[in-house]
Ligand binder design. Structure first.
Ligand code: NAD
Length: 495
């Protein structure tokens, strides 16, 4: 089933699309190599992110969108309408089944922007079909399939990039070099922060009707078939373990990847503990909305705090950590880097040589949020760069693993009084401080953590070389390494 746009003349700057002046710079190496033929792109998943990719890809030079796919035809219809409105000049075919899109000989590369439970399998199938793939974060729904995606990329010699776009942020590259240079002394601890408001999901009292335009079998893919128990169909799958990975696996990959970079890109931590809960809302969601994770990296611990709740009841504002709402803070002996600036340990911005009281010049980093990430993918496809350091799928897999480790700790845990939590974190000052902040935030919301208890996860021990859990609770933890795949949507052992 496909609908097609008519070929029209390209009208640059048409409604809603960029003009040449707003196009990101084309990578220098590619410019030097001269003109290439277009990369013919398919976009799989036409929700919020797929639509954003469509808009960006449509204005990238050297890219021609040839196909889109979504099991919900309302989503592809919307995208086709947007392309028509923008007078996109190329034919774009619409599919419900991604296997049909992957059969197309005229597709060179795909973007996978489906819900998380489809990412790895769609990426693997793309490799097997001879396509390059940009796979959204988190690159997997579990650790096993993330590794299989890496194996598929290598076996079929495909460019497979992850969607953690800040890896392409040139300012963050400078931050990493600054930390590594020792300008602020030794790195002592890294703090991840994610503070973003989300509303109560509500409660479905009976299974909810599916959208009439949806093929639910294709949407579910590898996930278990269960009645729909949420009021809104799209996007909110994040908060159910069958399809999503909670906020830890939703926005966590961005902050945890940044934190891992500040630490020098180590393999995932050998010991992880999560303390979290779903507070304030009595809704359908299964995943926590407030908490922190303690990654016991040797050398410098990583503590990641997250919340979807406001600072006070009825207020539409969230907190922050050292001014950072979504990011990571690198604490060193003589100061820290938070966002685009460096500070001393009294929270004073560091100045550059030549700074005067009249004209301050602060030490700063030109952060750009990774706007070159998609162009970098296209450049890698054209240049057959299978292992670009900023975007390779293995980098995405290792950072995504941090999310899966945290969720495993949480899912093995149970509600405990605060004294029991204190016992686990008191040996690490940053973890203890994170717990104190969590308690006081909840107290501001009228929640006493000894009444509405938090889940104290179990410590999980991870052998990052073998990618298995070890130690006392290894048996229980290893069950979360993979899932039962619903046939025929099975991630194979041998890709
Ligand atoms: N890198 C980023 O900053 C960023 C930002 C937002 C979202 N994302 C990621 O992008 C993905 C999509 O998020 P979203 O917010 O667009 O969610 P969404 O629910 O709005 O959209 C997902 C779309 O995928 C479709 N889909 C489901 N199964 C499919 C299949 N088999 N083939 C094709 N399409 C299928 C759904 O019908 C839906 O239209 C998520 O994994 C999310 O983590 C990344």
């Amino acid at each position: 089933m496909s609908s097609q746009l008519n070929r029209r003349d390209l009208i640059r700057g048409a409604v809603g699309w960029a003009t040449a002046a707003t196009l990101p710079a084309w990578p220098a190496r590619l410019r030097a190599e001269g003109a290439h033929s277009d990369v013919r792109l398919g976009i799989i998943g036409m929700g919020g992110k797929g639509s954003a990719h469509l808009k960006e890809a449509a204005k990238l030079p050297g890219v021609r969108i040839v196909a889109i796919c979504d099991p919900d035809t309302a989503q592809t219809d919307k995208a086709i309408a947007a392309l028509e409105k923008a007078e996109y000049p190329h034919k774009v075919a619409a599919y419900q089944d991604l296997r049909k899109l992957l059969e197309k000989k005229d597709v060179d590369a795909v973007i996978v922007a489906t819900p998380n439970h489809w990412h790895a399998l769609a990426g693997i199938w793309a490799c097997q079909a001879g396509k390059d793939a940009y796979v959204e974060k988190p690159v997997s729904h579990n650790i096993f399939e993330g590794r299989k995606l890496v194996e598929a990329a290598r076996k079929y010699k495909r460019v497979v990039h992850h969607g953690i776009q800040r890896r392409s942020d040139l300012g963050q590259k400078e931050v990493c070099e600054y930390i590594k240079s020792g300008a602020l002394g030794k790195l002592k601890h890294v703090q991840g922060a994610f503070f973003r408001l989300r509303e109560d999901l509500g409660k479905a009292t009976a299974p909810v009707a599916l959208p009439p335009t949806l093929n639910y079998d294709l949407w579910l893919g590898p996930a278990a078939e269960e009645p729909l128990m949420r009021l809104r169909f799209h996007y909110e799958w994040h908060w159910f373990w069958n399809t999503g990975n909670g906020e830890i696996g939703n926005n966590g990959p961005h902050q945890l990847d940044l934190a891992r970079r500040y630490l020098g890109d180590p393999l995932p931590a050998p010991r992880v503990l999560t303390v979290a809960g779903r507070f304030l809302y009595d809704d359908d969601a299964q995943t926590p909305n407030t908490g922190f994770i303690f990654y016991d990296f040797p050398g410098a611990p990583l503590i990641h705090e997250f919340t979807n709740l406001p600072i006070k009841p009825g207020v539409k504002a969230v907190g922050n950590y050292k001014g950072v709402k979504e990011g990571a803070v690198a604490h060193c002996e003589k100061g820290y880097v938070a966002g685009a600036f460096a500070y001393d340990n009294t929270d004073k911005k560091l100045e550059e040589p030549g700074s005067t009281p009249e004209k301050k010049k602060f030490k700063s980093f030109p952060l750009d949020n990774g706007k070159l990430h998609l162009p970098n993918f296209i450049a890698a496809v054209k240049g057959r760069d299978l292992l670009t350091p900023q975007s390779d799928v293995e980098v995405g897999h290792l950072s995504t693993t941090l999310c899966h480790l945290a969720n495993t700790s949480y899912r093995l845990g149970k509600e405990q009084p605060s004294a029991a939590i204190l016992e686990q974190v008191k040996g690490c000052a940053p973890a203890l401080e994170a717990f104190e902040r969590m308690k006081s935030h909840l107290a501001d919301l009228g929640i006493n953590i000894d009444e509405k208890k938090a889940v104290l996860g179990q410590w999980v021990q991870y052998d990052a070389k073998r990618e298995v859990f070890t130690g006392e609770n290894a048996g229980a933890a290893n069950k979360y390494l993979s899932r039962e795949y619903r046939k025929p949507y099975v991630v194979p052992d041998k890709v």
